[in-house]
Ligand binder design. Sequence first.
Ligand code: FES
Length: 166
Amino acid sequence: MSNNTNRRDFIGYSFAAVAAVGGAASLYGMKQVWDPLPSVLAGGFTEIDLNSLKAGEPSTFTWRGKPIFVLKKTADMENSKRDLVIGSDRYTVAIGLCTHLGCIPAWKKDQWKCACHGGEFNASGEQVFGPPPRPLDLPPFEVKGNTIVLGNEGPECKQIAEAMKA
Ligand code: FES
């Protein structure tokens, strides 16, 4: 009887050990699947040096596969509640996808013009003509000195997002 009990205990412990190892291996495998790929992590943030921008000429950057427009405004371009003000300079930062159906507007004569259905956005990214229902969207960003880091929502970005809602 005692021998049987010991054998049963041994088999029980063996099953428990195998199940524990299998469970740990499964959890490790699931973590590998859930964790973002290194290439995704690396692509999560994009740094833009504002010193490299020329006033009146927007630059297009890529962040998480999306075009991002950054325009250093000239003095005669309209003021907007979505202006990012750094020192004496004003910038427009926007996701470069038309808010109608997602085409990429092109910069022509101080406006972003969408070739798909004729939508137009002014230098502040506000829709001024055609079917786009709202301004160009704001990407999350934070300001570090004279650099914008896309991917983190800093206080300046939150302030502009709040102003855009008002
Ligand atoms: S997608 Fe731009 S106006 Fe329709």
